[in-house]
Design a protein around this ligand. Structure first.
Ligand SMILES: Nc1ncnc2c1ncn2[C@@H]1O[C@H](COP(=O)(O)OP(=O)(O)OP(=O)(O)O)[C@@H](O)[C@H]1O
Length: 251
């Protein structure tokens, strides 16, 4: 499997007329493993939501080579996921396969076995009947990774997947990310831990509402680029109008 390319063509995304991401152009290469880094409010989640189609561009476009957008595997920030829903762990994992069995389709024995294998792969054997509301944050994150494994998507987007997750679980989940990359999927993750990005993500998009750098992680996360991203963050205006040109060097 080689995931498709995702191209951003002069992409601007705004809330109430104020841009959170603007004039972003570039490509996530097929099969690439990319971190999206940047300060709080840099537009990272906004970009991810625009890629999955939850937000419409105010300008420009997100373009896919040969991909049905609904086939994207997407893990939103934990705070956005409803956990009070009365559903057990195994059924949550099986939701990853809804495209294969349809909303009202039956779940085959093979699919159930695949869901149980995915649970075993995230070290949650025997958790299938537990309600998801009873799990710890880290256990729930493992369930969501198992669901993505079952979804078998060519493109996977993860928004801060390791927040509130301990070191051992993070290591396990990073190993799954590495496996997805080795399988040729296109994987994109919003992350804050620069050390983790440098160790595990070959490419980085450094965002400060606009693109600061996008390429090999060592270069994109250079001290000069990080300084520039911080300097831009200090000058953000929450009420900036759309398409106001970047004025980073005006100060
Ligand atoms: N639903 C919304 N309505 C209005 N403004 C929003 C909305 N969501 C985000 N914003 C604003 O857009 C900007 C970018 O937010 P976004 O969540 O994309 O940043 P982020 O880089 O993911 O930040 P963090 O690291 O804090 O998660 C922020 O100024 C934020 O306040």
């Amino acid at each position: 499997m080689t995931g498709p390319a995702i191209r951003l063509d002069d992409l601007t995304v705004a809330y109430g007329g104020h841009p959170a991401v603007h004039h972003l152009s570039g490509s996530f290469r097929p099969g690439s493993l990319t971190a999206i880094a940047g300060a709080n409010g840099a537009g990272k989640s906004t970009l991810v939501k625009a890629i999955v189609g939850d937000l419409r561009p105010a300008g420009g476009a997100v373009l896919f080579d040969d991909l049905d957008r609904s086939a994207i595997g997407y893990l939103p920030q934990a705070a956005e996921i409803e956990r009070r829903f009365p559903i057990d762990v195994l059924d949550t994992v099986l939701l990853g396969a809804w495209r294969r069995c349809g909303a009202f389709g039956g779940v085959s024995r093979a699919l159930r076995a695949a869901a149980e294998r995915a649970l075993a792969a995230v070290r949650l054997d025997g958790f299938g009947k537990r309600p998801i509301g009873d799990l710890s944050a880290g256990q729930f994150q493992r369930v969501l990774f198992a669901r993505l494994m079952l979804q078998d998507a060519p493109v996977i987007l993860l928004d801060e997947p390791f927040t509130a997750v301990d070191a051992r679980t993070t290591a396990d989940l990073l190993a799954i990310v590495a496996r997805w990359h080795a399988e040729g999927r296109t994987v994109i993750a919003v992350l804050h831990d620069h050390g983790q990005i440098r160790r595990h993500f070959p490419e980085t998009l450094l965002l400060a509402r606009q693109c600061v750098a996008w390429g090999a992680t060592g270069e994109a996360m250079s001290p000069a680029n990080l300084d520039r991203a911080n300097a831009l963050a200090e000058r953000w205006l929450e009420d900036a109008p759309v398409c106001r040109p970047a004025v980073e060097d005006a100060a």
